[in-house]
Design a protein around this ligand. Structure first.
Ligand SMILES: Nc1nc2c([nH]c(=O)n2[C@H]2C[C@H](O)[C@@H](COP(=O)(O)OP(=O)(O)OP(=O)(O)O)O2)c(=O)[nH]1
Length: 144
C-alpha cells in the first residue's frame, strides 16, 4: 500500500479572473504555472493547509470555500485536490513571496495563455466547468 499525499490547489477568483502562479523551483517545474497551494501536512485538514499555504506563499488572509469534486494524479504519491478560496476583507493583495516568481490574474480569455503544469490543465478545465466559468471550454487543443 503506498501512501497518498494530498496537494491542495486554490481557485481564487476575482471578478471572473483566476489567480495563477509561476513556479520558481524546483528546476524541472520552474517557469510552469499552477494553482497556488501545497502539500497537506500530517494531521492537518485540507482546508487548513490551503489557508496556510496561501498565507506563506502569497501573504494573503484567505478562507477556503468548498472542495471541487475530483482528484488529479501527480507524480506518486501526490494527488491534486482543488478548493475554491477567497480573500478575507482587509487581506493584502497576493504577492509571489515563496515558490513563485510571478502571479497573474487571468481573465476568461486568458486562462489558456500560460504554460500550466501538465496535471493542472485537466484540473483547471474541470474546475472551471464545475463552477460554470466561461473559460471552461479549452485547454485541450490550446494555443487557440
Ligand atoms: N501547489 C501546487 N502544486 C502542484 C500543482 N500542480 C502540480 O503538479 N503540483 C505539484 C508541484 C509539486 O511537485 C507538488 C506540490 O509541492 P509544493 O512545493 O507546492 O508543496 P509545498 O509548498 O507543501 O512544498 P514543500 O516545499 O513544503 O515540500 O505538486 C498545483 O496546481 N499547485
Amino acid at each position: 500500500m503506498s501512501e497518498r499525499i494530498v496537494v491542495v490547489g486554490a481557485v481564487l477568483l476575482d471578478d471572473g479572473r483566476l489567480l495563477a502562479a509561476r513556479r520558481s523551483a524546483p528546476v524541472e517545474l520552474a517557469g510552469r504555472w499552477e494553482l497556488p497551494g501545497g502539500k497537506v501536512e500530517p494531521g492537518e485538514t485540507a482546508d487548513a493547509a490551503l489557508v496556510r499555504e496561501l498565507r506563506e506563499e502569497l501573504g494573503v488572509d484567505a478562507e477556503a470555500g468548498g472542495r471541487v469534486p475530483g482528484e488529479w494524479p501527480l507524480k506518486p504519491p501526490y494527488v491534486l485536490q482543488v478548493w475554491t478560496a477567497r480573500l478575507r476583507p482587509g487581506s493584502a493583495a497576493p504577492e509571489p513571496l515563496e515558490d513563485h516568481d510571478e502571479l497573474r490574474w487571468l481573465g476568461p480569455g486568458e486562462i489558456w495563455d500560460v504554460d500550466w503544469l501538465a496535471q493542472d490543465v485537466p484540473a483547471v478545465r474541470e474546475t472551471l466547468a464545475h463552477l460554470g466559468h466561461p473559460a471552461a471550454r479549452g485547454g485541450e487543443a490550446s494555443g487557440a
